[in-house]
Design a protein around this ligand. Structure first.
Ligand SMILES: [Fe+2]
Ligand SMILES: [Fe+2]
Length: 168
């Protein structure tokens, strides 16, 4: 899939309102390893990569807030991405809007983000790199081998990641 690179990045989305709504329904602890503090770092990573990769910024920002939003626990759960995608779809036209082709990218990125794959689409690749660059929080050193974008690989190789235990 390689869609939407010519789209604008201005969708006039009220992100604080969206984050508030999504955070309120999150079933795990707000400070859990898959909670809003993680989502925020994913967003920051995405905003750092997007100018280099050509990703659609709004999709990357929406991925950050939705991709783990439907986790019910912090254990093994391969379907939480699909549930996050479904949740995003339920709020389209309510708290945000996207053109169809950008929505497809968001749905794909959320649904498949846990499967360890790479993707050549700049937007999907940026979403997944942004998430994987935050693996340090669970004691895993991000690896350039699992990055889809050139800048994601560069960050994995050059960034000094904090040291964290698996529980915090
Ligand atoms: Fe996830
Ligand atoms: Fe995540």
């Amino acid at each position: 899939m390689r869609l939407g690179q010519s789209s604008t990045n201005n969708r006039n989305i009220d992100y604080p309102k969206l984050w508030d709504h999504v955070s309120r329904q999150f079933e795990c602890e707000l400070d859990s390893i898959h909670g809003p503090t993680h989502w925020r770092r994913v967003e920051e990573n995405g905003l750092a990569i997007a100018p280099h990769s050509g990703a659609i910024v709004e999709v990357v920002r929406l991925f950050a807030v939705f991709h783990d939003s439907r986790r019910e626990h912090d254990g093994y759960d391969t379907t939480h991405g699909a549930r996050g995608a479904g949740f995003a779809a339920s709020l389209r036209g309510v708290l945000f809007d996207l053109p169809d082709e950008e929505m497809k990218l968001l749905q794909y990125a959320c649904t498949w983000h846990t499967y360890g794959k790479l993707n050549q689409d700049p937007t999907i690749g940026t979403c997944w790199d942004s998430d994987r660059l935050d693996l340090w929080r669970v004691g895993i050193q991000p690896s350039s081998r699992y990055m889809s974008t050139g800048h994601g690989r560069e960050l994995a190789e050059t960034r000094v990641f904090p040291t964290r235990s698996r529980r915090h």
